[in-house]
Design a protein around this ligand. Structure first.
Ligand SMILES: [Zn+2]
Length: 218
């Protein structure tokens, strides 16, 4: 199957962006994109610094985790990425990181409800906290798929977050909105009782973004 260098470049550029934007530190986290044409998954290698990543370090897997291209060992969390792509046809990018405020909620086993418009529009009704499983296991993948449901983000207990998007720019935007929302929620909870956006309003906002938002016909 055709291996695409531009998709490897997206992985390299995402690593640099995530370090620059404070979404990860060191070699923590992992991310991938799926080529909708071939179904191949382009994922970060295990334990390599993002600022020295080259396109030849990117690992390409098929949906059953067979190596399609690359010389590195794929991220330990590749079973989770494969499980998410198998479960969600609308998803072509997966990002897993350990941002501080989102992780705090996961440490407490709490969920993150929709408390702001941007969250309601692009993340969903809420981010659940998935059931615990050890990193790198198939069980973790199953728990994450279940916890994610139809939304675009899920909290991992005592670990971090997983977000999904139609493409990598969308997934990175969701990453930022999730972490900002987690920070806002924790601060709001510390001085009072946060108001949660009602489900009907969330649905209306999501419909609006899908159907009306932006420069129509442009
Ligand atoms: Zn992790």
């Amino acid at each position: 199957m055709k291996i695409k260098n531009n998709l490897k470049e997206i992985i390299v550029e995402t690593g640099i962006k995530m370090l620059a934007e404070g979404l990860t530190v060191g070699t923590w986290g992992n991310f991938s994109v799926r080529d909708p044409e071939t179904g191949l998954i382009y994922i970060t290698p295990s334990g390599m610094a993002y600022n020295s990543l080259q396109t030849e370090d990117v690992v390409v897997l098929d949906k059953d985790a067979n190596l399609a291209d690359g010389k590195r060992i794929p991220s330990i969390e590749h079973p989770m990425h494969l499980a998410l792509y198998a479960a969600r046809a609308d998803v072509n990018a997966v990002v897993h990181t350990h941002p501080i405020y989102s992780t705090v909620l996961g440490v407490n086993g709490m969920e993150l409800p929709a408390i702001s418009e941007d969250f309601a529009q692009i993340v969903g009704y809420k981010m659940s906290c998935s059931k615990y499983a050890l990193p790198g296991t198939k069980e973790l993948g199953q728990n994450v798929v279940k916890g994610l449901g139809k939304e675009n983000g899920v909290l991992l207990p005592n670990h971090g977050t997983v977000v999904v998007g139609a493409n990598m720019p969308a997934a990175l935007t969701i990453c930022h909105v999730v972490e900002k929302s987690a920070q806002t929620y924790i601060l709001a909870k510390s001085i009072g009782t946060p108001n949660i956006i009602p489900d009907a309003d969330i649905k209306a906002m999501q419909d609006y973004v899908q159907n009306e938002y932006g420069q129509k016909g442009a």
